[in-house]
Each structure stands twice: as C-alpha cells, then as structure tokens.
Design a protein. Structure first.
Length: 344
C-alpha cells in the first residue's frame, strides 16, 4: 500500500505554525513581520522529520514558473539516433541549463495539429522553448502571436519580433567550395539538405554562387538531395562511374559526407587521391574517420548554450542587447581533400 504524501499542512501542524509561515520559510520569502530564527529552525526540523518535499506542479502554479525549457526539433525521431551535431547541441544546452538552474524537457510527442502542439508547449510544464524548425514551419509564428517565450537556433526568421541564433551558412559553403576550387577541382558535386531548412538552402546557395563567381559550370545532376545519412545516393554512384566523373564532393552535413566518403571507397576510389570530400559542422567524429574529414566548423555547443541563455533572459524579463546572433564558420582542413592531379 502506498504511503500518503506529506503536505504543507502536515508540516504546519507539526511545527505549530500557519501554512503561510511554512511556505514563506521554505521559499525564503520576505515578510512584513520578521520570522524568528527559532520558528524557522522548528519548521525546518519538521520538514526533515516528516520527509516533506514540495509538489513541483503546485509550486510551479503558485510561482507561475516551472524552471524548465523544452527542446523542440523538426522531428521527434531525431532524439532517437543522435548524430555528432545533436550530441554537441544537447551538450551546450545541458551545460547552460545546469548553470542557470533550469530543467530540460525533450519535446518528443507528436501532435496532430499545430494548435495542439502550441498548446502542449504552453500548458505550464515549461517556461519557454528552443526551436529548430524549418523556415516556413507554422509553430514559430503561432508562438510569437501568443507571446510565448522561445528562441530559434540553427535557423532563423524574417519576423522582426523573433529571437534567433544561427551560423553564416552561406559563408561556410563559400569557404568549402573555394577551398576545393583552389586545389584545382572544377567538377564538384553538392549533396544537398532539405529544401525547407534554412541551413541547407543557404549552403546550396553559397555553393552555387561560388561556382558562378569562378565561372565554373554546374550540371543539373551535380546537386543531389541527401537529407540525412541514410539517404539514397544511387545518383552519386552513377556519377562516380561517368566518363568525366566529379573529382570533389561538398556535403551539407558531416553525417552525409561520411556516408559519401565510404561510398566512394566502396566504388574503388581513394580519398583524397581520387576524390576530395568536405562536410559541414566539423564535429568530433571528423577526427575519427579514415581519412579524417575536412569540414566547415560551426561552434554548435557555444551556439546552443547562447540560445538557451538568451531564452532564460527572455523568461526572466532581463534586457537583451541583441535579438539575433550570427556566428562565423571556419574551414577545418583534415585529410579528405587533396590537390587534383591535373592541377599540378
């Protein structure tokens, strides 16, 4: 048989004081008439003797704060198989949440409508949310309309009231593409991300416009959709066996780049001697591939921590100097890129 939960009333009776006095002491709340140290110690002794602990739900209702933040990704399934990107994102979020005294709730239950999803975030269990959603996703404008604290991260919004943290993905793609061109590569394939994701669109645009700036041709079949590591890359295999095959690959993510690199090796090509490969994110995994993967680095952990701190400031009504932050990418050269033989 379950033991009855000890309540604030039980503590008040044991200590011989009112329920309000117990609440004021436990919450270190100032009172018009100071509470004596003897009364304070009597209440704390009663709490210990009875094994009382506050009801978190009731406390959140009373304070109108849950001290919790939801992490909302585009698809709940992303939490099931963490990539290097997700791992760094959660490390940054967890570090900053621990420092600031907040709990983290992973938003994993899918809702049939956007209205219900918004309601599930605003039902009092969390004080705000970090959102990584597509550019045209309807959740963000709905939360803006209802004045629910949230910050976008690794994406952005055109709305003037939005708060967001992102990387200069266009510049990152430019760095990768220019690096390959300067090594002598002209036939460069891009493995592109989802067309609804800001990061993927910016990386595609950066790649495309860099080729144009260097007056290099871009065959239609050189842009191959590869939204995740398990995507169908049969079109890439066909290109690798073409008479004038590509000599370099720029992938929109490390996960996709590693898959492409392994696929090239399976097709009998050497990396980087026969084909160069560049990814995006430059997570720790890149140091453990064979060869180590050259990749564009965005400071994922720092960006995630910055977004969470921005959200906490919103929740607590603290002033924010900037509503939007854009981090600079850098190219981290490892072993998967080599100079094209014909360029020497």
């Amino acid at each position: 048989m379950s033991k009855r939960r000890i309540t604030l009333d039980d503590v008040a009776r044991r200590a011989g004081v009112s329920k309000v006095t117990v609440s004021n002491i436990l919450n270190n709340r100032p009172t018009a008439v100071p509470i004596s140290e003897a009364t304070r110690q009597r209440v704390l002794a009663a709490v210990q003797e009875l094994g009382y602990y506050p009801n978190a739900v009731a406390r959140a209702l009373a304070r109108q704060r849950a001290d919790a933040i939801a992490i909302v990704l585009q698809f709940p399934a992303i939490f099931q198989g963490w990539s290097g990107f997700t791992n760094e994102l959660m490390r940054g979020v967890s570090y900053k949440a621990t420092e600031l005294g907040y709990d983290i709730l992973l938003h994993t239950r899918a809702q049939p409508t956007i209205e219900l999803e918004a309601h599930s975030l605003m039902d009092g269990r969390v004080d705000g949310a970090l959102l990584l959603r597509d550019y045209n996703d309807p959740l963000h404008p709905l939360l803006l309309e209802r004045d629910f604290p949230h910050v976008l991260f690794f994406t952005r919004s055109p709305h003037p009231s939005a708060y967001w943290v992102d990387c200069d993905n266009y510049k990152g793609a430019q760095l990768a593409t220019e690096h390959l061109i300067r090594l002598g590569h002209e036939r460069i394939v891009h493995l592109a991300g989802p067309p609804t994701a800001c990061s993927a669109l910016d990386r595609l645009q950066g790649y495309r416009e860099t080729l144009q700036r260097y007056r290099l041709s871009l065959p239609e079949d050189y842009i191959i959709p590869a939204h995740y590591g398990g995507a169908d890359l049969s079109r890439l295999v066909q290109l690798l066996h073409a008479p004038k095959r590509p000599t370099a690959i720029f992938a929109w993510s490390d996960e996709v780049a590693i898959r492409a690199m392994n696929l090239c090796i399976e097709q009998g090509l050497r990396v980087p001697e026969d084909i160069a490969v560049i990814g995006f994110d430059s997570t720790e995994t890149c140091d453990h591939t064979n060869p180590p993967l050259t990749s564009v680095r965005q400071p994922i952990e720092t960006m995630a921590a910055t977004a969470l701190e921005m959200l906490v400031n919103l929740i607590e009504g603290k002033p924010l100097l900037q509503k939007t932050l854009v981090f600079e990418p850098v190219l981290q050269v490892r072993g998967s890129c080599g100079a094209l033989k014909e360029a020497h």
